[in-house]
Design a protein around this ligand. Structure first.
Ligand code: CTP
Length: 408
């Protein structure tokens, strides 16, 4: 049991529903959560849903005699190790920066001496507004931890910075602030003394983009989520982590060195430059082919027949590591398959000189999704894992890697 408690303040934005998932993740790590909602938050999620997940009363009314007599608003912050405002709207950030206390949530925030984490979520133009940025600077100067929002598509149909980071990322930040070691699912845990401290873990993630001309490229549907989850889990286990990432819209996990690349050849060079490594997880969906020469000008469609694309094969980064003089002690490849999963994975294990191939069926919603059902193929046989959240798959893989290194 972590024995840690957080007070979660949910303010009113469309991302409030993600607070429910956050509570679920924290409870799984035995972090107790007590929740406070602003009036507008109740327009987005109900106190009932939050109450069911926290298994506690949800507080919201400053002038509710029963709530006051039961616990009192000062007590709410006193018993918490950390106060988390998630999502933090631009409105509550403004009130916090100005020291306004006009409801239960803001009164607690003004009355507390506990560390506070704010997780902003708002429309892109609100985020970039000079007033929001001024408040952000003030909050940070006041010692409030403010997470960077994610970039991507928004509920309002716009695209840009302002999305709430994924609940797993928020949970990792909370763990970090509470100094709680991650508790892997289903009772598994890192063996004592078997962490990855002093080890270098190299991870590739995301797709690669292979340019056709100045405006077009060949790509694939990889989101980078599984690779980023592995990088995060390795860092949580104490490793030094280098994450070589293709173009993705994901924030860099805490404590991870990220190298952004675009093409397979750039990824290959970045991997080479990052060696030596104790463990390499090659999670990237590397494009197998690139055009033989990138057109300098945009290719025009005029002409009777469509212009054929002359393709050449990209370097196989995993296979090159498999026979590299500085081959990592543990070399793990991934195999995205749509049929005869285990059979193809076994062939890849031999062909690429890897120790494990983590095979997944990508004919469903795996690419871009939150969960993954994998088969881990090794020289010893095949393990079939249940469908798990990608962070849980990551923790299990890291745990398995810790055991391999510990047995050396
Ligand atoms: N991989 C790599 N470099 C490449 C292609 C693949 O490092 N040029 C790695 C991937 O990161 C993954 C593994 O090899 O760990 C398997 O990738 P996958 O695309 O499934 O295999 P391919 O070799 O491309 O085989 P195929 O497309 O024929 O299934």
């Amino acid at each position: 049991m972590s024995g840690k408690r957080i007070l979660l303040i949910v303010s009113g934005g469309i991302a409030a529903y993600k607070a429910l998932e956050l509570v679920r993740l924290l409870r799984r790590e035995t972090i107790a959560v007590r929740a406070v909602m602003t009036e507008s938050a109740k327009e987005f999620v109900t106190p009932l849903s939050l109450g069911v997940l926290t298994e506690d009363h949800v507080y919201g009314n400053m002038f509710d005699l029963k709530e006051e007599s039961e616990i009192g608003h000062i007590q709410l912050s006193r018993e918490a190790d950390l106060i988390v405002v998630c999502p933090a709207t631009t409105n509550i950030m403004a009130k916090m920066a100005a020291g306004i206390a006009d409801d239960l949530a803001t009164t607690i925030l003004l009355a507390t001496d506990k560390p506070v984490l704010a997780v902003p979520a708002m429309n892109v133009r609100m985020w970039h507004h000079v007033a929001t940025q001024r408040n952000l600077t003030q909050l940070r100067a006041d010692g409030i931890h403010v997470m960077e929002p994610d970039s991507g598509g928004m509920a309002c149909g716009e695209w840009g910075k302002g999305r709430l980071p994924e609940p797993e990322v928020v949970a990792a930040e909370i763990r970090h602030l509470l100094a709680v070691r991650p508790e892997p699912v289903e009772g598994l845990s890192f063996p004592p003394g078997g962490s990855l401290a002093g080890r270098h873990v190299l991870v590739t993630a995301g797709p690669t983009h292979e340019p056709i001309d100045p405006v077009r490229y060949i790509a694939n549907r990889s989101s980078g989520k599984q690779g980023f989850a592995i990088a995060r889990a390795a860092a949580d286990a104490g490793a030094r982590v280098t994450l070589v990432s293709g173009p993705v819209a994901l924030p860099t996990p805490r404590g991870v060195t990220r190298i952004d690349v675009e093409t397979a050849r750039e990824m290959s060079a970045a991997v080479e430059a990052a060696l030596p490594a104790d463990i390499a997880f090659m999670v990237a969906a590397v494009a197998d082919w690139r055009t033989d020469a990138e057109a300098v000008q945009k290719i025009k469609k005029s002409g009777a027949t469509p212009a054929p694309l002359a393709l050449v094969e990209n370097p196989d980064i995993l296979a090159a590591l498999g026979k590299h003089p500085e081959r990592p002690r543990l070399l793990v490849g991934f195999a995205a398959e749509t049929e005869r999963i285990a059979e193809h994975a076994q062939a890849k294990l031999a062909r690429k000189g890897a120790d494990w191939i983590v095979a997944n069926d990508v004919s469903g919603d795996v690419m871009g999704g939150e969960a993954n059902a994998v088969q881990v193929v090794t020289a010893q046989g095949i393990e079939t894992w249940d469908r798990l959240p990608k962070d849980a798959v990551a923790h299990r893989l890291i745990e398995k890697a810790v055991n391999v290194l510990a047995a050396d």
